[in-house]
Design a protein around this ligand. Structure first.
Ligand code: FPP
Length: 233
């Protein structure tokens, strides 16, 4: 935080709840998966835009622990897009100097997806321009429960906020400074529950496929105008 109490102008870590794909598609009389396809394109553009604005970590909520409850054809469509992303988009990310990581309960995915995830993470590991964290089968409550279970498995014992944080899925990733939700809903839906304790929030009515540079700039400008006190007076 700067001495005047203002947030650092550019958020170091921006997290995004990419909501509104389904409504974007329905408005066009198209199936929901068409909206997710457009959402994947918006994600590609947002990585470029975030990098251009100097954002160092970008995390996105691509599939929640609750998303398995959607209709089977939508879940299958999302898995298809996940495969496509791993197959076609990693080289491009690598060339941009992006490091990609997948965070969540990954063992729920098919082995071919897991192989793709491991390859993408390993291939881009040394890249330093921007970190893209894709949260898949992620749920904040599940992450906290998994952390508790890992403490218990090691024999229990009292924890501190710092040692407990070490049990999260990716403790080396700095907490998000700014959390954006598109699609007009005003809730956090189990995203970065622990890590977002002191995040600034920004909501936009724009559906995720329409989230462009102008939208990202508005979110960053809103963040820059805020005063972050982390509970201090
Ligand atoms: C929420 O919109 C969006 C999702 C559940 C999926 C997000 C996925 C992508 C952006 C593309 C996939 C990318 C990768 C890397 C796998 P919604 O369907 O809840 O929209 P609605 O609220 O309008 O119904």
């Amino acid at each position: 935080m700067a001495a005047d109490g203002k947030a650092r102008k550019t958020p170091f870590h921006v997290g995004i709840i990419m909501d509104g794909n389904g409504r974007w598609a329905l408005r066009r009389g198209m199936p929901r998966v068409f909206g997710h396809q457009a959402g994947m394109k918006a994600l590609e553009e947002t990585v470029d835009n975030a990098h251009e604005l100097g954002i160092r970590y970008l995390s996105v909520y691509a599939f929640s622990t609750e998303n398995w409850k959607r209709m089977p054809d939508e879940v299958a469509g999302l898995m298809g897009l996940f495969r496509l992303y791993l197959k076609n988009k990693i080289e491009k990310l690598h060339r941009k100097g992006a490091r990609i990581r997948f965070v969540g309960k990954l063992d729920a995915f098919n082995v071919d997806i897991l192989d793709g995830v491991r390859y993408a993470e390993e291939y881009t590991r040394e890249n330093k321009e921007i970190d893209l964290i894709v949260c898949v089968n992620y749920g904040g409550r599940q992450e906290i429960v998994d952390a508790v279970n890992s403490v218990l498995a090691e024999g229990g014992g009292p924890v501190t906020v710092e040692t407990f944080k070490g049990k999260m899925y990716a403790p080396d990733i700095p907490d998000p400074d700014l959390l954006i939700r598109t699609g007009g809903e005003l809730r956090m839906s189990n995203f970065w529950l622990w890590e977002g304790a002191y995040s600034e929030y920004y909501f936009t009515d724009a559906y995720w496929p329409d989230f462009d540079m102008a939208e990202l700039k508005r979110a960053v400008e809103s963040y820059a105008s805020r005063e972050r006190r982390y509970g201090a007076a």
